[in-house]
Design a protein around this ligand. Sequence first.
Ligand code: ZN
Ligand code: ZN
Length: 660
Amino acid sequence: MSEINVQLKGGQSAQVAAGATVAEALKAVDRDAAKQALAAKVNGREVDLTFPLVGAASNGQTVEVEPVLPGTLDGLDVIRHSTAHLLAAAVLDLFPGTKLGVGPALLDDPRYGFFYDMIAPRQLTDEDLPVIEKRMRELAKRNLAYRREEITKEEALRIFGDREEPLKCELIADKGGAEVSVYYIDGSPFLDFCLGPHVPNTNRLKAFKLLSLSGAYWMGDSERPQMQRIYGTAFATQEELDAWVKQREEAERRDHRRLGRELDLFSIQDAYGAGLVLWHPKGAVVRKAMEDYLYEELSRRGYAFVYTPHIAKRELWQVSGHEQNYGDSMFSPMKLEETEFRIKPMNCPFHIGIYRSQQRSYRDLPQRYAEMGSVYRAELSGTLHGLLRVRGFTVDDAHLFCTPEQVRKEIADCFDFVVEVLKTFGFEKVRFELSVKGNDTSKQWLGAEEGWALAESALAEALDARGVPYERIEGEAAFYGPKIDLKIEDAIGRLWQLGTVQWDFNLPERFELEYTGEDNRPHRPVMVHRALFGSIERFFGVLIEQYAGAFPMWLAPVQVAVLPITDRVNDYAEGVARELREAGLRVEVNSRGDKIGAKIRAAQLQKIPFMLICGDREMEEGKVAVRERSRGDIGAMPLAEFRETALRLVRTRALSNTET
Ligand SMILES: [Zn+2]
Ligand SMILES: [Zn+2]
């Protein structure tokens, strides 16, 4: 066999010499792709560009080749993986005797692109990172080759043993077959046990950055050697890296935990328990405004409000199936006299109790019960994160009990409702995910297969009827039925999971819910669970980040700061504040002895939408000098004029203070 047939995936074919590499084969079928390729796939398997085709061409069959290009996820994987090796090469060069652990690429972690765990002869510090990064650049510029060798396991163990790399020897002994592949970066001290593929040369790595240093244990085991982990990231182009760095700074600037502290919105204190939120007065104002708005919308849409307790008898959670299917997420039972109780992880069974407190007729349906219902979940401490993942939270919950004929319209109405509500908070992009049981057998699902199929098709129909695009996700349904999850994109393009709309045919069955139909016979209602914000705590956290703490007027904890320039106008300033408060605005007066500049700075740091500066002249003319937090001074005006503008911004729930 002197020639091999190759075909570009979905493209041209050609013949190449039997000794050709995949790089040469790519060149024969697509010159441009060959130039850009970082690695390649041969018959679907990822390989280096230096891979010899001869091994893949059995029985004269055509070999399928496909370039791995920058700008694809596979390409990014190769870049980040290769950069992790470049990092190790630089560290070995600077700190001979360093023992290498593992260094994978990270594709799903928004914070990092790769890391390498290692034990250097001395403890590395943050000051070492720029030095290491500089050495990486030097090695990259020298255009060194990544060279693969395939050797026997014994040979590999001997080589790494000679290099005094005990961790690598352990990996090879554990994971290596009879033959193992090792990679050199020629011209550097680097050698690693790795499957590849990598970029062909170090100068293909042009956009990388080291980020931070942390501790790590070998194999994640605290009994094993303590190592140091260097985090970094890499992209195909400098533009992408720059954009990522900017996005990361922006995310840090918006971090709700820091802003929550600086703006005195909430705290989570160890003395009270991890994941349990204390809402401070200013945070509580925002929450109240959010809830008031929601109550207004709920009333308009025919919901009834209910209140229910935080605990219930243990048997209730057994009837509902929560104990059997959701028990791991519930706090343990507690006992009083002879009765056991459990704290609620969901509100559903309580609303069911209200429904079945009397005989229902088809004329009474739908029944729509809404509650800001506080629930508690036994989340593990490692998973908790600020307001985004907590142990106690309040769901803007509602349950709709309807006839099978009504349910599609009710669900469709929920979509309209959520889209409108989220738009009010400035989220224009809402995404829907249809989470179904699928073929996932790793979880427990309640009820018969037909019920699941019917519910899934009904949810899909409701989505289709509203013309909203959605993604179907298997295995993510609630244990009692399929659901639609809502995701929003925030001001800097991040996705957040919020509420859900769920179809439930199981709980009505388990609680034997009924209504009397037109035929005078008993029928089973369908139950819809829905939440728009999902968790109010979580949504509040998202809002803090969305607005970077600068809440729009209708949500701002303090809407107006009145700042007297001298003590002479303190009474006038108090009068201004009184008049605005009487009109319903949230106002603070700063009559401390500070200079006006300091007062403005303080109000600005609190991100108060408007500052009203009062001096002798304003007092004489009955005016206020208005300063807006992002535009600065906008001139003096009569107090009544400012009051009307401010009230209009609140009433219309304007997102920006220029929308008057
Ligand atoms: Zn590798
Ligand atoms: Zn529910």
